[in-house]
Design a protein around this ligand. Structure first.
Ligand code: FAD
Length: 549
């Protein structure tokens, strides 16, 4: 029997998974993994925590070694070997051994590309000054650690307020460094809808992080021994003894491009449902490929470890002739900083607008992560987006101190299975007082949304609150109202509503709010059954405060 020779470029999330799966499926194949870095199968996601000294030993980041691959899987791993070019006609790759400089060629029957994505490092003036770092590899994190240990920085600037930027902000703070985050967008966590990002902003500021939003780096200048100043387009300057660039990543597609493999509109390698490129003997996975979004149908670059791992597995299956398919991403992601968890799945409103989709509605709720009577309940701020016409779940975002990831994971699975808000209403989820509620936040979200789809409750749009001609009714108790209310709103506590209906206008929409949306829902039911046009400001005054911080 002739042995299949499979060459894999890149031995971390996608590549290592693919190699191990290949071996499980084909004991006879020759499998060679080439990686230009010094390690394979390392924990990229743990790097910020190694910088922050939460993970103290570098060895903990190394999940597998070439020796383990050889002994356990009979896979040949060559680190410090860079693939320079793909010769498709000859079915070979050109490789340089970075230790010796020797160049050689390696033949393949199947080639898998998992080269990942490189941090973006724009050619801003001063970008090469000492003390400016990006973070992708174990050596990158080691360098930042050394810089911190030797130079004892007091101030740092993190450029980019996305997932990695905010993880770095926390970890640098953990090392006693005062952090400023400079972010081009006018919100942190750009993947989130802005009002949901407001919770993250408030937490960062309350923990001493300075935020420079809607601003961009113009240049870096050296202002002393190892001191830098970061000048922004708005004319401000921030002092820093350390700068971390976390402004996104760019797929590593040079060798694919040079070999004439098709790239997509977002710059990633274009693959089919089996991760095969336009060359039937070449597969590509991970951060380097474009993937279809399961909700919007749009091509996206989603640099996340979960999809990279699953794609590596699908490619291995496909190479071994199995019917395995990768059917797109939801972008399910989670990030934690300063005791706050932020997570999302599926489409945001922003993404739906970008995709030209307008058949959707959003609701907000702020339930406890477990029942209120059990000590320690923390609010989960949850936004659920669903199709108005049939209730199909499209996306969710959640922020809170506990129980956030669990709810987003449940909703992610629901979206993947094309569930509707009616399915969320009916989801049977585990419950005991310290874990949740008999009506879990996911059930609650489903119920609120299902009420909208069934026509039992109309939702008022938060983005129109400032400009609407509606009558604003607040059904909280007077002391709650006095502590803060929507300007111009009229207070009639829920308990008095039935007896004061005559005070309400019959010819105008009535937009009702309470604390978190529940009493307003009861009020809307009363009003609409008395022939009045009522809409609930979903999530109540708690939501108002993030729309109007
Ligand atoms: P990588 O894991 O980047 O591996 C690519 C490998 O290919 C590299 O080792 C590279 O050296 C090698 N290579 C590239 N070109 C060549 C070549 N020509 N020849 C030989 N070798 C080559 N994702 C999450 O889901 N959750 C997280 O919390 C999270 N945190 C992260 C934190 C950080 C700091 C970083 C950098 C990433 C994080 N990610 C996270 C993203 C996640 O790590 C990536 O999505 C995932 O590693 C992508 O896998 P990959 O196989 O495509 O690429």
């Amino acid at each position: 029997m002739t042995k299949k020779r499979i060459v894999i470029v890149g031995g971390v999330a996608g590549g290592a998974t693919c190699a191990a799966r290949l071996r499980r499926l084909d004991e006879n194949a020759e499998i060679v993994v080439l990686d230009r870095g010094p390690y394979v199968s390392f924990a990229n996601c743990g790097l910020p925590y190694y910088v922050g000294d939460v993970i103290q030993q570098e060895s903990k980041l190394l999940l597998a070694t070439p020796a383990l691959f050889r002994e356990r899987f009979n896979i040949e791993v060559r680190t410090r070997n860079e693939v320079l070019a793909i010769n498709r006609e000859a079915s070979t790759v050109s490789v340089r051994d970075l230790e010796t400089g020797r160049e050689y060629s390696e033949s393949y029957d199947a080639l898998v590309l998992s080269p990942g994505a490189a941090p973006i490092r724009p050619s801003w003036p001063g970008i090469d000054l000492p003390g400016i770092f990006t973070l992708r590899t174990v050596p990158d994190s080691r360098e930042i650690r050394h810089w911190i240990d030797e130079k004892k920085p007091v101030k740092a600037v993190v450029v980019g307020g996305g997932f990695i930027g905010l993880e770095m902000a926390e970890n640098l703070s953990h090392r006693g460094i005062a952090v400023t985050v400079v972010e081009l967008a006018n919100q942190v966590m750009p993947p989130l809808d802005p009002e949901m990002a407001e919770y993250a902003k408030q937490r960062l500021e309350s923990r001493g992080v300075t935020l420079a939003l809607a601003d961009a780096v113009a240049e870096f200048r050296q202002s002393g021994n190892c001191a830098l100043s970061v000048h922004t387009k708005s004319g401000k300057a921030y002092e820093a003894d350390l700068v971390v660039l976390a402004i996104g990543v760019r797929p590593e597609t040079q060798i694919a491009h040079d070999a004439g493999l098709e790239l997509g509109e977002r710059g990633g390698i274009r693959v089919d449902r089996q991760m095969r490129t336009n060359d039937p003997r070449i597969w590509a996975v991970g951060d380097a490929v474009e993937v279809g979004n399961r909700v919007t149908g749009q091509w996206e670059l989603i640099p996340l470890a979960g999809p990279a791992n699953r794609q590596g597995r699908v490619a291995a299956d496909a190479i071994c002739g199995r019917d395995a398919y990768f059917d797109g991403v939801l972008g399910t992601a989670v990030c934690g900083f300063f005791d706050l968890t932020v997570a999302l799945t599926g489409a945001t409103e922003k993404a739906l607008h970008r995709a030209g989709m307008d058949d959707f509605e959003s609701i907000y709720l702020h339930p406890g992560h477990h029942v209120g009577y059990y000590p320690g309940a923390q609010a989960i701020h949850l936004k659920l987006i669903f199709r108005k016409s049939d209730g199909r779940v499209l996306g969710a975002q959640a922020v809170g101190e506990a129980g956030v990831a669990r709810r987003i994971d449940v909703i992610a699975s629901a979206i993947q299975m094309n569930a509707t808000v009616f399915d969320l209403e009916e989801s049977e989820l585990c419950y005991a007082p310290q874990f949740g509620a008999a009506k879990d936040p996911v059930n609650m979200a489903g119920m609120i949304a299902a009420n909208v789809v069934r026509g039992d409750a109309q939702i008022a749009p938060w983005d129109k609150v400032g400009s609407s001609e509606a009558y604003f009714l607040d059904v909280r108790e007077p002391q709650e109202f006095q502590a803060g209310a929507i300007p111009g709103s009229v207070n009639i506590p829920l308990g008095q509503l039935r007896s004061r209906l005559s005070e309400l206008p019959a010819n105008k929409e009535i937009w009702v709010n309470c604390g978190v949306g529940q009493r307003a829902y009861y009020a809307c039911r009363i009003l609409s059954q008395h022939g009045l046009q009522a809409r609930n400001l979903s999530g109540g005054y708690s939501t108002y405060r993030v729309w109007h911080p």
